[in-house]
Design a protein around this ligand. Structure first.
Ligand SMILES: Nc1ncnc2c1ncn2[C@@H]1O[C@H](COP(=O)(O)OP(=O)(O)OP(=O)(O)O)[C@@H](O)[C@H]1O
Ligand SMILES: CCCCCCCCCCCCC/C=C/[C@@H](O)[C@H](CO)NC(C)=O
Ligand SMILES: [Ca+2]
Length: 547
């Protein structure tokens, strides 16, 4: 039995009785927090007696309880038939569906079917358990789902229909589904059209780009409704009330991976169903006094900007485009001149190299949440401004191969510890990583360390700072003119490589910013981190897996 179950033993029992679980007699009991069953006496096999086993499921992780004979859309025809046969043999049975943990942070929906001695007892179990589930007010009942049919390997619609919709149905979660017809369809619908009052959350089926659409739609809608001007770089943005769920169906899916620990649609669906909540910081990006975009994962200039700009031309390649463009950007080995200024975070928010990873229940993020609430209760804006200006701006000029601001670890299957392994999801800071001009071999060593356990910041040409705000100013105000410029895409600030496949632009040219997988139109930007502006249906990566 788990420790959690032991802790909640003292709760008054709501229901207990003898039941049959696959021909095995069990003593089952339910209290407000846990559903437990224990084998009464272990049936003997070949004369060897076994210790009776017990099992405990936290009520918060029960997905649903149904009559065993109820139709189940997750089952194959063969399994449905077997289920019917079982129900004929044991008519007074109910099935409990609950979360189980498997390897690599994956969750599965397991089930246990119990047979009762009478129809009344069976009804009682179903009713009392459902009553307890109805007390869990954090669970969503109605969701607005956007599917990008073209993200990743173009499997978004199948993933939703085959793996997610049946689990939602089982849990009694209803969903209004919109399959997008163009880029920015979801963003525009959320910003201006959607009747959000009727929903408990928004779900995106797609990759980081699709998540970014939902983020922009929801944040813009919240600011518009509250008359907050997003163009003001110092404005305090209003937090969004609706949580966002991510069903991974993209190429990198780094936001899902870094908040759940895996890119698995069923795991994400279960986090949504049980109503998990993970607050998340959002960076706002401005050019002068004009709002450009929001970012939750990576804001990258230089290497990651060049990778993205090149990969956009190879979308037809699917997820492999990033590998090809990565190799190309690496071989070009460009560096860019500019000035980075930043406002460091307070010391109590740790350091990017302190090896304190943000995990489920992270104390740094939780402390930030409670101090944010306290500040909101007690202080006026003046006090808040004082707190935020307690440290002073620092300025660094130089030649950089990469400037990366990681608002969270940016862990993804390519780099399971991420760009900044100790960055926090909800601490109001981003880790600013400056990779100065160095040899190709040194840069390779640095990149390689993203894939193993070595410290990628332990190089003389890399520095990393935890910041609340930063600005970047490229050295030359105008991008360099290239010979074949008329053939380049018409995007200001976009000039990483010439149109000839193998030549690279001179290293004094501008790069572009990769903002969560979207290219920004300006190289000079101002960035502020907005602490816990949104919430996801996630809980952060769990430390200990209970398998
Ligand atoms: N119906 C659509 N047609 C064309 N583009 C779309 C459509 N719906 C969404 N998009 C756009 O497709 C882009 C890429 O989608 P998505 O993020 O889902 O996949 P990806 O780029 O393969 O994955 P990742 O962002 O994880 O690398 C998004 O920027 C989104 O704006
Ligand atoms: C020699 C081996 C080198 C391997 C280097 C691996 C480094 C991988 C780091 C990946 C970080 C990805 C951060 C995520 C960014 C997303 O916002 C964005 C949109 O999906 N993805 C990309 C690739 O820009
Ligand atoms: Ca952060």
């Amino acid at each position: 039995m788990t420790g959690q179950a032991e802790d909640t033993k003292s709760q008054p029992t709501l229901l207990s009785s003898k039941l049959l679980l696959q021909h095995q007699a069990v003593e089952a009991a339910l209290n407000r927090h846990v559903f437990v069953w224990k084998e009464i006496e272990k049936s003997q096999k070949r004369g060897i007696s076994k210790t009776p086993r017990s099992h405990a499921v936290p009520v918060s992780e029960i997905v649903a309880i149904h009559h065993a004979e109820d139709e189940d859309h997750t089952k194959s025809k063969w399994d449905q038939k077997k289920k019917q046969q079982f129900s004929q043999l044991f008519p007074n049975s109910f099935t409990v569906f609950y979360v189980t943990r498997t390897k690599h942070h994956r969750w599965r929906c397991s089930e246990a079917t119990f047979s009762c001695s009478s129809p009344e007892l069976c009804e009682q179990w179903i009713q009392v358990t459902r009553e307890q589930l109805s007390l869990l007010t954090n669970r969503p009942k109605r969701l607005l789902v956007y599917i990008n049919p073209f993200g990743g390997k173009k499997r978004g619609r199948r993933i939703y229909e085959d793996k997610v919709a049946p689990v939602f149905q089982r849990a009694g979660v209803s969903a209004d589904v919109i399959v997008t017809e163009r880029a920015n369809h979801a963003r525009d619908h959320l910003t201006t059209e959607a009747n959000l009052d009727q929903y408990d959350g928004v779900v995106c089926v797609g990759g980081d780009g699709m998540f970014s659409e939902i983020l922009h739609g929801l944040v813009a809608r919240t600011q518009n409704d509250n008359k907050v001007d997003q163009n003001r770089p110092d404005v305090e943005l209003k937090p969004c009330m609706l949580r966002i769920g991510i069903i991974p169906a993209g190429s990198t899916d780094c936001i899902c991976f870094a908040t759940v620990g895996t890119n698995d649609p069923v795991t994400s669906a279960l986090h949504i169903i049980i109503g998990d909540s993970q607050p998340m910081d959002v960076c706002s990006v401005h050019h002068n006094d004009v709002f450009l975009r929001y970012s939750v994962s990576l804001l990258g200039y230089g290497f990651y900007g060049d990778v993205l700009a090149d990969s956009e031309k190879k979308r037809w390649l699917g997820p492999a485009r990033y590998d090809l463009s990565g190799v190309k950007a690496f071989l070009c080995h460009n560096h860019y001149k500019g000035t980075v200024s930043f406002l460091p975070a307070e010391d109590n928010l740790g350091h990017p190299r302190d090896k304190l990873q943000c995990r489920f229940g992270c104390s740094i993020c939780q402390h930030k949440q409670s101090s944010k609430e306290k500040l909101r209760e007690t202080a006026d804006e003046e006090t808040a401004a004082e707190v935020s200006s307690s440290s002073s701006w620092k300025v660094i000029c130089g030649k950089f191969i990469a400037i990366n601001a990681a608002n969270m670890s940016c862990a993804c299957p390519r780099s399971p510890k991420g760009l900044s392994p100790s960055a926090h999801l909800a601490d109001g800071t981003a880790d600013l990583i400056l990779v100065r001009k160095c040899s190709r071999l040194d840069f390779f060593r640095h990149l390689l360390r993203h894939t193993n356990t070595d410290d990628q910041f332990d190089h003389s040409f890399v520095e990393v700072h935890r910041v609340k705000k930063f600005h970047f100013e490229p050295l030359d105000p105008q991008p360099l003119l290239l010979e074949n410029q008329s053939e380049l895409p018409k995007k200001p600030g976009f000039c990483p490589m010439s149109s000839a496949q193998t030549t690279c632009i001179p290293s004094t040219a501008h790069s572009s910013w990769n903002c969560d997988g979207e290219i920004l139109n300006h190289a000079a930007i101002q960035v502020s981190v907005h602490c816990q502006l949104i919430r996801l249906f996630a809980r952060g990566i769990e430390e200990q897996q209970r398998v």
